[in-house]
Design a protein around this ligand. Structure first.
Ligand code: ACO
Length: 428
């Protein structure tokens, strides 16, 4: 119940109902429409759920107009500046930043779960030599369910916690296995004397014949990338995890569903599209002015990849954090500097252009993340896998929150049926 109400009336039938308005800590309140059908006989129509709050959540807040992203109340700028990725994982899962001792314990728990069952290796034998890493990741994550019958009771908080730790710990191991399979190199076991990010880089780029020692700048860049992608409230993949999990499906299957959703080019695949676009500009020698003109031309389907966002109608705050890292990394590793300079010039010219200003189109996180990953030596078909690895904590935090929510029910949207009216079956 709330004091504030909104009336919805249908002048045609004279029916009217008063709906509660639920206040938010930040952002827009939400109208409770649960009685709308009983009161008016109508459902609401909201393709893409753009205007629908599907749940109450305490994890992440985005103010798209201001360009603000908060996790449990802390700004993404503060978190990337002061926290490690595992500290952010703890925050997303538990609601508070850990104490020093709490963080050490949490790191120890994650470290204890980094290995995967040896039989997981055999799954890889079944994949074709050129299998997409996302196909292998979604399959092997779903397969984890077959190893943990002891802890998949979704109604047991302890089981949910162990599963969250297992997933955060094992995702880098699986991600690196997908890469190694692709390269035809032996899988590398995790080394638990290394930090989370260093361990991942060791499993990716180390070989039995030679140790891989990453530079501190590379570790910092990847750590920041993971933090920036850790959660983003009710996006398509997170909503998929919630919807799949709402039936009581096991968490590994639910996260695998999230990975499938993330795979789509409109979601996790955008950074790949940015790299393709930047490479094409370099290869063709096309000027930035002509590229921008094509993006503005309504008769040309081309859009500037890495620009615009469904929620942010201002600078994506993650893009600001990433730009500096990109700069530091390229200065040190001497990566694709011309590509970065091209990206910066494109960004500056676009921001000064009326078309982009009027439509509030700003660079999003993907505009720079591909350049960073390429500088780190991560191939393009692994970009979405990296995103999935980072986002696993967000998915599992939302999945856990859903199971703790007393209002939680199985997800079951309605529809506006516009197909054939009932008709007689043709006589034979
Ligand atoms: N380049 C050129 N014009 C654009 C672009 C772009 N990147 N993005 C939007 N516009 C224009 C549209 O043509 C439209 O113009 P109009 O009003 O004259 O018709 C207007 O801006 C509004 O665009 P919509 O498509 O309605 O905006 P929406 O919020 O639905 O789309 C989206 C957001 C899909 C991200 C879009 O901006 C886009 O396609 N961007 C490029 C792809 C991309 O970078 N995706 C990554 C998203 S971030 C992530 O998923 C992690």
């Amino acid at each position: 119940m709330s004091d504030r109400k909104v009336s919805i009336s249908d002048p045609q039938t004279g029916k009217q109902i008063d709906c509660d308005v639920f206040e938010a800590t930040h952002g827009s309140p939400a109208i409770d429409i649960s009685k709308i059908h009983a009161g008016t006989g109508c459902y609401t129509y909201d393709p893409g759920y753009g205007m629908t709050a599907s749940c109450r959540s305490k994890i992440t807040f985005i103010d798209g107009a201001k360009g603000e992203l908060l996790h449990r109340g802390y700004s993404i700028e503060d978190l990337t500046e002061n926290s490690s990725y595992l500290e952010v994982c703890y925050l997303l899962l538990n609601g508070e930043l850990p104490s020093d001792q709490g963080l050490t314990e949490f790191e120890g728990i994650i470290r204890n779960h980094t290995m995967v069952h040896e039989n997981i290796r055999s799954f890889f034998d079944g994949f074709r030599y050129d299998a997409h890493p996302m196909a292998m990741l979604s399959t092997t994550v779903a397969a984890l369910a077959s190893f943990y019958h002891d802890s998949t009771d979704v109604n047991n908080p302890e089981h949910r916690k162990i599963t969250a730790h297992r997933l955060i710990a094992k995702m880098p191991t699986l991600a690196a296995m997908c890469y190694k399979f692709h390269r035809g190199q032996p899988f590398m076991y995790p080394q638990n004397n290394l930090g989370y990010v260093e361990n991942f880089l060791h499993m990716m780029f180390g070989v039995p014949a030679e140790e891989y020692v990453p530079s501190p700048t590379a570790v910092k860049a990847l750590e920041t990338m993971l933090i920036l992608h850790a959660d983003h409230e009710q996006n398509a993949s997170t909503s998929t995890v919630r919807l799949a999990g709402s039936s009581g499906a096991n968490p590994f299957a639910s996260i695998s569903a999230g990975i499938a959703s993330l795979w789509g080019p409109a979601h996790g695949g955008a950074n790949e599209a940015v790299m393709n676009m930047l490479d094409a500009i370099v290869e063709s020698g096309e000027s930035i002015e002509s590229t921008i003109a094509r993006a503005k031309d309504k008769n040309d389907p081309f859009r500037l990849m890495g620009f615009g966002h469904r929620v942010y109608k201002n600078f994506d705050p993650r893009a600001r954090c990433i730009e500096k890292i990109c700069h530091d990394l390229l200065n040190e590793l001497g990566g694709d500097q011309p590509l970065f300079e091209l990206a910066r010039e494109l960004e500056q010219k676009t921001l000064a252009d009326d078309y982009f200003q009027e439509r509030k189109l700003y660079p999003n996180v993907d505009f720079y993340s591909g350049i960073i990953m390429r500088a780190l030596g991560i191939p393009m078909n692994m970009f979405t896998v990296m995103f999935a690895m980072a986002r696993t904590v967000g998915w599992i935090a939302h999945w856990s929150e859903m199971h703790e929510d007393p209002e939680f029910r199985i997800g079951r949207p309605r529809q506006l049926y516009v197909g054939a009216a009932r008709r007689p079956y043709p006589s034979k």
